[in-house]
Design a protein around this ligand. Structure first.
Ligand SMILES: O=C(O)C(=O)C[C@]1(C(=O)O)C=C[C@@H](O)C=C1
Length: 94
């Protein structure tokens, strides 16, 4: 096995872990959507989003990646809101 193959296999494993974690995160996001629907809370919580981004930037060993982690979490948060919105609207329609 050459070096490139080894590295790609390692990336594949990390990607697999990320997808698993992503699905677990979505499960929690869906539960929060339920809570929000029951308590008439809006999907968007800007303060919480800022907290999530800052907390995860602070976890970086290499702060040079700060902007990338911010970009990553903005994407994750945007997906969360899409999923919550879809769930809430599907529930209302049914
Ligand atoms: O914590 C919440 O209120 C959520 O709905 C979860 C979440 C997230 O994905 O972390 C999603 C949307 C909100 O704007 C903030 C955070």
């Amino acid at each position: 096995m050459n070096g490139l193959k080894i590295l790609r296999d390692e990336i594949d494993k990390l990607d697999q872990d990320m997808v698993e974690i992503f699905e677990k995160r979505i499960e929690k996001v869906l539960k929060i959507a339920e809570y929000k629907a029951e308590n008439n809370e809006p999907i968007l919580n800007e303060n919480r989003e800022k907290e999530v981004i800052l907390k995860n930037i602070s976890r970086l060993k290499n702060k040079e990646y700060s902007n990338y982690v911010e970009e990553l979490f903005n994407t994750i948060l945007s997906i969360s809101k899409k999923i919550q919105d879809k769930q809430l609207n599907t529930d209302t329609d049914s």
